[in-house]
Design a protein around this ligand. Structure first.
Ligand code: ADP
Ligand code: MG
Length: 339
């Protein structure tokens, strides 16, 4: 029998990074979510070579105090919860305190951050989990994080990076989803020095949708706004004029978090039965607000999945609300049955 080793923190972080940082878009997701949690109203995303060469995220949020900066790179270090009970009242996107530790373990990171209470900002450089330097610097309120050479010290991961084109598509898709989930934030996305997207940040869901998907989709959306026993729903769903051959344009958010929930997606499909062709998928942009005590988002580090306490009831209520909404407005003159 070999000796059992207790792994050191750097090794632990590198291993854990595998779960949180799968590819450049995972870094973009974690950093933007941090910017949103920091109360930012403006987030600028700058990408080069599909994020393989550079990812830069600048926000105008609360910043990190100089005395706290080092801590932010430690594993399980978070300002968002204090203990497990706080998960029952969680409205932030982050809470695991893992992202900065994981990202900095597998890249070269530079952070410039300043709070409104401090006269000067802090610049810190971290490489492969080691803090290389930390110094005061003149800066605007908010935080800029630059990630270079992702996976430079984990060659196995680097090998699995896809083409620049594929990684860029992934990042663009993710930014669209985060922008739609946060209409109160203005997102500016620049890819290889080319401006890709600027959302209005006017807190109107329809204007973000228009800035991303254009006029035609907006003209075929029906507003949903309803409060029932288990959740509140708001947003827009497509009428019978618009549908797709995949589920890429089904946007579901729970407490502002983009999720892939089978229960919710099944309820949507069921609601559209006979309204759009079989094998086609509807378009939707819906935000569900649910008491955090009745859901569990702590299933996977990426937090894409959720568990509901009242799964069955949720499904039925949601399906019926969507069906009623569809049948009440959209289908006049154009309604066909396909079954
Ligand atoms: P989590 O988001 O789960 O708390 P992270 O590792 O992503 O964990 O971030 C660690 C901490 O660093 C956060 O809790 C927050 O206090 C701080 N932080 C990270 N990014 C930002 C940012 N853009 N603005 C302000 N604070 C930030
Ligand atoms: Mg985070």
């Amino acid at each position: 029998m070999n000796r059992i080793n207790i792994l050191d923190d750097l090794t632990i972080n590198k291993i854990a990074a595998g779960e949180v940082v799968e590819r450049p878009s995972s870094v973009v997701k974690e950093l933007i979510e941090n910017s949103v949690d920091a109360g930012s109203t403006k987030v600028v995303i700058d990408i080069q070579d599909g994020g393989k060469k550079l990812i830069r995220i600048t926000d105008n949020g609360c910043g990190i105090a100089s005395s706290e900066v080092d801590k932010s790179f430690l594993r399980h270090a978070t300002s968002k919860i204090k203990n497990i009970d706080d998960l029952y009242d969680l409205y932030s996107l982050g809470f695991r305190g893992e992202a900065l530790a994981s990202i900095s373990a597998v890249s070269k990171l530079e952070m410039i951050t300043k709070t409104k209470d401090e006269p000067i900002g802090t610049k810190v450089i971290v490489e492969g989990g080691h803090i290389i330097s930390k110094e005061p610097v003149g800066a605007h309120n908010g935080t800029t994080i630059i990630i270079k050479d992702i996976f430079f010290n984990t060659p196995a991961r680097q090998k699995f990076l896809k083409s620049t084109h594929a990684e860029t598509i992934n990042i663009s898709d993710l930014i669209n989803k985060l922008a739609i989930g946060n209409p109160h934030v203005q997102f500016k996305y620049v890819n290889n020095n080319k401006s890709m997207l600027t959302t209005p940040g006017d807190n109107k869901l329809l204007s973000v949708i228009r800035s991303i998907y254009g006029k035609e989709i907006c003209e075929n959306l029906i507003e949903v706004n309803y409060e029932c026993k288990y959740f509140k729903i708001s947003g827009y769903i497509g009428n019978n004029n618009i549908y797709r051959s995949n589920k890429n344009l089904q946007h579901v958010y729970i407490n502002k978090r983009f999720v892939k929930s089978k229960i919710v997606l099944d309820a949507i499909s069921e609601a559209y039965k006979g309204i759009i062709p079989i094998n086609k998928h509807s378009i939707c942009f819906i935000q569900l607000t649910i008491n955090p005590a009745n859901i569990d988002v702590n299933i996977h580090p990426t937090k894409l999945e959720v568990k509901f306490e009242n799964e069955k009831e949720m499904y039925i209520e949601l399906r019926d609300i969507l069906r009623k909404t569809l049948l009440s407005v959209s289908l006049i003159g154009k309604y066909e049955t396909y079954d």
